[in-house]
Design a protein around this ligand. Structure first.
Ligand code: C2G
Length: 130
């Protein structure tokens, strides 16, 4: 059982997120998504979510590629999550390339996947605002 983990906000869920989750799941047998809490988003990423955590969690749990959703409350938890959930592979979009290589030190494979270029939550919000 190869266990994969990824992290993110996943607000205004779109096909770029789905593409990422699909490819992440294809790297193993079990996919854990650590979903940024509203507090983490605001305090650490200065992002105000349209949907609150519980709604974003429900949406992710409805995706066939996702096996478990846990809260992301800090940048540092990746180290303990990897141990606690016996993670083999960490996956995230290539906008984060290099940022989480430290996980290799604890035997976790680190994979940065190409983002889906033309879609983003920010762009959706801007387009809707016009
Ligand atoms: N993503 C993608 N293509 C897009 C948009 C997003 O592949 N067009 C990927 C991102 O690279 C990320 C995941 O989808 O791997 C979730 O994206 P966000 O919700 O924007 O996550 P982010 O704010 O980057 O949070 O500790 C890590 C952070 O929590 C990552």
């Amino acid at each position: 059982m190869k266990r994969v983990i990824t992290y993110g906000t996943f607000d205004l869920l779109h096909y770029g997120h789905i593409n990422l989750l699909k490819r992440a799941k294809a790297l193993g047998d079990y996919l854990i998504v650590a979903l940024s809490t509203d507090e983490f988003n605001w305090n650490e990423k200065h992002k105000k979510c349209y949907f609150p955590y519980e709604v974003r969690k429900q949406l992710l749990e409805a995706i066939r590629y996702v096996d478990l959703v846990i809260p992301e409350e800090s940048w540092e938890q990746k180290v303990t999550d990897a141990k606690e959930y016996h993670v083999d592979t960490f996956v995230i979009g290539d906008d984060w390339t290099g940022k989480f290589d430290f996980l290799k030190d604890q035997g976790v494979e680190v994979v940065y996947l190409p983002r889906t270029p033309e879609v983003s939550t920010t762009q959706i919000k801007e387009d809707l605002h016009q």
